[in-house]
Design a protein around this ligand. Structure first.
Ligand code: 6PG
Length: 481
């Protein structure tokens, strides 16, 4: 038993993670894959890693020192269950099985309970950063028991991305907490990408800039408050010219966004928890609209302003002025999307009894992951100053950023409305913002309607209790509780 850590599943993410682990002092890595060719191929291609290869799960178990610790990197769903059950049969009480895939957190809760009953530790760990992150340092969001974290923590710290000298990993909470937080990360990723896409659309079709010019705008933005990985890669994509046609690549890519499901899960879970994640939901719906071929074909002739490539819309005076406004609108909407994501984390923490330090979550998202951004420092600071902060938007730094963004945010959305350029994520973020700060909402009318047709009762602003108006008779009011 020479290895202190093992990896099961050697597709790109698993291979890269195994190489990352092997490259850190103190680690010896056992590797196992369903088809042994992959195992030997990886070991041969990377002799420097000194992998311990295993052709069977039994060999794999024997090659690991105790407590055995293995990270599974296979497809989420039945494939993961299968590997877990194989390992559970050859591992012993106290050993640790880590699922590093994008599992649904409720599966993780189930698996943790099943394995705990057999004395095994199960850790669902969200791992973000794609192939490159897996190899050079991802952001890691592990759940599971404190006992498992004692063994696993130092190993994960050795491979995680580093921000300001600190590894981007923390023990998120028990059982499914890590995978829940990873799911929210992905939801925020969706919102962030959609906001960036809307900004591009406005700059392209309302302000009339070319993809190259917009790439430069994004490069510029990447030196300010929006500095982030997603802004950076957006500039790269927009600046890239297609070798076949000589056109900007973005113009030859089919405009139908794919997805693997974590964004949908985020929205489904948030709806179940009663948390409005409107920015994320609009991002999920926008991908669905883009891919709904039949509706788009049928909708093609509908009336309304048609966005062109020229300068259009009364909000666009000078182009630079408009660019600056879009930057502000993007920033404000992004603050809303993150605030909503953190609300979902808070609500889930109380629903599932997780103790989650939200400042720590923002901290481990500062490097390695897809949503890494300068701005996460501000979120960490906000939660460090006020750990029980009820609304991220209301923290002093964000309050003042939203104050600065007010006029541009509204003007940019107006420009979209006028020119027929949809800005679902910008608009829904503003709509959320305008509702959350309102002293009274028209929900009073909804309550009146509900009482009218279904005697669902309402509360009064000036008295305790539930009331019903006898709408179909003399319209007298009675207290009903
Ligand atoms: C990450 C990503 C990753 C995710 C892709 C694709 O953190 O490294 O979130 O886990 O699978 O971004 O997601 P979609 O295919 O759903 O866009």
């Amino acid at each position: 038993s020479r290895a202190n850590i093992g990896v099961v599943g050697l597709a790109v993410m698993g291979s890269n993670l195994a190489r990352n682990l092997a490259g850190r002092p103190g680690n010896t890595v056992a590797i196992y894959n369903r088809s042994a060719d992959k195992t030997h191929h990886l070991a041969t291609a990377h002799p420097e890693a000194e992998f311990v290869t295993a052709d069977t799960v039994e060999e794999f178990a024997q090659s690991l020192s105790t407590p055995r610790t293995a990270i599974i990197m296979v497809q989420a769903g039945p494939a993961t269950d299968q590997v877990i059950s194989q390992l559970a049969d050859v591992f012993e009480p106290g050993d640790i099985i880590v699922d590093g895939g994008n599992a649904h957190f409720t599966d993780t809760i189930r698996r943790e309970a099943e394995l705990a009953a057999r004395g095994l530790n199960f850790v669902g760990a969200g791992i973000s950063g794609g192939e490159e992150g897996a190899l050079n340092g991802p952001s890691i969001m592990p759940g599971g028991s404190a006992e498992a974290w004692n063994t696993l923590g130092p190993i994960l710290e050795s491979i995680a991305a580093v921000a300001d000298g600190e590894p981007c990993v923390t023990h998120v909470g028990t059982d499914g907490a890590g995978h829940f937080v990873k799911m929210i990360h992905n939801g925020i990723e969706y919102a962030d990408m959609q906001l960036i896409a809307e900004a591009y659309d406005l700059l392209r079709h309302a302000a009339g800039l070319s993809p190259q010019e917009i790439a430069d705008v994004f490069r510029q933005w990447n030196t300010g408050v929006l500095e982030s990985y997603l802004i950076d890669i957006t500039a790269e994509v927009l600046g890239h010219v297609d070798a076949t046609t000589g056109s900007p690549l973005v113009d030859v890519i089919v405009d139908q966004a794919g997805s693997k499901g974590t964004g949908v899960w985020t929205v489904q879970s948030a709806v179940g928890l009663g948390v409005p994640v409107t920015g994320i939901a609009e991002a999920v719906f926008a991908r669905a609209i883009s891919s709904s071929g039949a509706s788009r074909r049928a909708g093609g002739g509908l009336p309304g302003p048609t966005p062109t490539d020229g300068k259009s819309g009364s909000a666009i005076g000078d182009a630079q002025g408009f660019i600056d406004m879009v930057e502000q609108a993007l920033y404000a909407s992004k603050i809303v999307a993150y605030s909503q994501g953190f609300d979902a984390i808070s609500e889930a923490a109380s629903e599932y009894n997780w103790s989650i330090d939200r400042g720590e979550i923002a901290r481990i998202w500062r490097a390695g992951c897809i949503i890494r951004a300068q701005f996460l420092d501000r979120i960490t600071e906000a939660y460090r100053e006020q750990p029980e902060l009820p609304l991220l938007l209301a923290a002093p730094y964000f309050h003042s950023a939203l104050d600065d963004a007010q006029t541009p945010w509204r003007k940019v959305i107006q420009a979209g409305v006028e020119t027929g350029i949809a800005t679902p994520a910008f608009s829904s973020s503003l709509a959320y913002y305008d509702q959350i700060r309102r002293e009274r909402l028209p929900a009073c009318l909804i309550q009146g309607q509900r009482d009218f047709f279904g005697a669902h009762t309402y509360k009064r602003v000036d008295a305790e209790g539930a009331f019903h108006t006898d709408w179909s008779a003399d319209r007298s009011e009675s207290r009903v509780d």
